[in-house]
Every structure is written in structure tokens, then in C-alpha cells.
Design a protein around this ligand. Structure first.
Ligand code: KMH
Ligand code: ZN
Length: 277
């Protein structure tokens, strides 16, 4: 039997869409996001995926807003900081690429367009080639955000065309209304489409979060949880914090015989350069 690697847990602390009215414990300011990152790290997260917010709570892709969040997060905990290039559906390509200019260790990259609720999450080829080239030039590792199966083919074409260098890392985002739903069959199908030596994680949206996390733990994948994807602990019961959602995954993983990866172990698993101490 194959020995599975340690488990990388990504905490998605803010997202672009969730509001304080929906989840009163949503972190918004750089200080709140940094504190949420620290608590998530202490609960077992090794990556934090972040969307910056204005002080009034609205999503922003402003470079300086991301700089404040990145500085606050990395000063407080050793996690891998992964900003969004997805932003919100209304952000322009120029806005969305700004956080890459900060040379974070990783950034998200969606390689295709899909429905996103009533909106369109627009990722034409021009956009994702430009984003991938920028990441390659700056040594930023892309995490492919896969909302629909064809996005994998587009990602693999980027690799073939030299825009992205292996080792590859995919995140299967399942359960967004309008895109692929969160069934185990969908996850299993997607995992079969990526190269055997690629790493992958799953983001089950809403009620799919915990069931898909358990399947990914058993399959040797990795797991993403947090308020961007799901604001509840149980059905109808809001989570107290992002860390509470991370802690549940770490606890379940232990029962499956998978210890959680530290940030440095996650860097090794993902093929990221080691951090100088
Ligand atoms: N907010 C969504 C429209 C990403 O961060 O890369 C896109 C998103 C993906 O959240
Ligand atoms: Zn995101």
C-alpha cells in the first residue's frame, strides 16, 4: 500500500463574497486576517488563501491592500501566503493580477470561464496565459483553481506551451452554484485527469466541505476549508472561526493516519523553495 504524504490544509479566510452579516466572525482588516491566519496555523493549516477587503468590507484586488495583509500575516505566522487572482467576478484582469506583483510564494490561477451563481467568472485564454507568464517570471507557484473539467485541459496546455513548469498543483472547487457540483464521482473523475505526479486539494463548497475533505484525506489529496467556501460548522450553525473548521479536518485526518503538514513540510510536498530561517 502507498504511504500517503502528510496533509496540507489550506485555510480560506475571507473570500470575496461572504459578508459580516452572513458570518459575524469574518476577518476583514489586515490585523484580523493575520490573527485568523495564526489561529488557523495553530489548528493545522499550512497555507492561507486570502482575498483583501476594503475597511467597509468590500473585496479589493488593490496591490497595497494585499501588501498590508501579506506583511501582517507573514509577520505573525510561518504559513504559505496565497493571494487570489480570481478576485470577485466584477474585477478587471488588471486588478486581479496586482497581488502577483508582490511575489508571494503561491497564487491562484483559473484556466477557464464558468458560471458563478448568477454571474460569470471570466477567464479567457489571454488572461490566464498572461497570469501564468507573470507567475513564471516572478517565481510564484500557481495553484490551478478547477471549477469545471475543461479547466484541467487548459492548464495542461499551459504546461505544454511553457507557461507553467511542474510540479503542478490543482485545487478542485466543487459545489459553486452554476459550476461542477460536489459529488465524490466528480472529484474522482477530476483526479483521474491530472498527471500522476501532480498534487491536488479539494474545496467542497457549503455542505460539500466536510464530506469531500474526508474523501480527499482517504485518497491522498489535500484539503481546503474556511469561510470563503463554507460559513457553517453544522447545518444551520455558524462556525466560530476559520480555525474551528481547520481543527475538524486535522482531527479527522489523524484518525485516517495522516498527520498535518507544517508550512515547511507543505513547501517540500509542493516543490516550493525552502524558506531561509
Ligand atoms: N471569487 C471568485 C469569483 C480565486 O480566488 O482564485 C473567484 C475565486 C477564485 O475566489
Ligand atoms: Zn478565492
Amino acid at each position: 500500500m502507498r504511504i500517503l504524504s502528510k496533509l496540507i490544509i489550506t485555510a480560506v479566510l475571507t473570500g470575496a463574497e461572504v459578508t459580516r452579516a452572513q458570518q459575524p466572525n469574518l476577518p476583514i482588516t489586515p490585523e484580523e486576517i493575520a490573527q485568523a491566519a495564526l489561529e488557523a496555523y495553530e489548528a493545522g493549516a499550512s497555507i492561507v488563501h486570502v482575498h483583501a477587503r476594503e475597511t467597509n468590507g468590500s473585496a479589493t484586488q488593490d496591490k497595497e491592500a494585499y501588501r498590508k495583509v501579506m506583511d501582517a500575516v507573514t509577520a505573525k505566522s510561518p504559513v504559505i501566503f496565497q493571494p487570489s487572482t480570481g478576485g470577485a467576478t466584477w474585477h478587471t484582469a488588471e486588478e486581479r493580477l496586482q497581488p502577483v506583483e508582490l511575489n508571494p510564494e503561491m497564487a491562484t490561477l483559473s484556466t477557464g470561464t464558468c458560471n458563478f451563481g448568477r454571474d460569470i467568472f471570466s477567464n479567457p485564454q489571454d488572461f490566464y496565459e498572461r497570469a501564468a507568464r507573470m507567475m513564471l517570471e516572478r517565481g510564484v507557484k500557481p495553484e490551478f483553481e478547477v471549477f469545471e473539467a475543461g479547466m484541467i485541459d487548459n492548464a495542461l496546455r499551459l504546461v505544454k506551451d511553457g507557461f507553467v513548469k511542474p510540479p503542478l498543483h490543482f485545487n478542485f472547487v466543487l459545489g459553486v452554484p452554476g459550476a461542477m457540483t460536489g459529488t465524490v464521482r466528480n472529484l474522482s473523475f477530476l483526479v483521474d485527469q491530472i498527471p500522476a505526479d501532480a498534487t491536488w486539494t479539494v474545496s467542497g463548497i457549503g455542505r460539500y466541505e466536510t464530506s469531500l475533505a474526508m474523501v480527499a484525506i482517504a485518497m491522498g489529496g489535500h484539503v481546503r476549508v474556511g469561510f470563503e467556501d463554507n460559513i457553517y460548522y453544522y447545518r444551520g450553525e455558524l462556525a466560530k472561526s476559520n480555525a474551528q473548521l481547520v481543527a475538524r479536518v486535522a482531527r479527522i485526518a489523524k484518525e485516517f493516519g495522516r498527520e498535518v503538514a507544517s508550512p515547511d513540510e507543505a513547501r517540500e510536498i509542493l516543490g516550493l523553495p525552502a524558506r531561509s530561517k
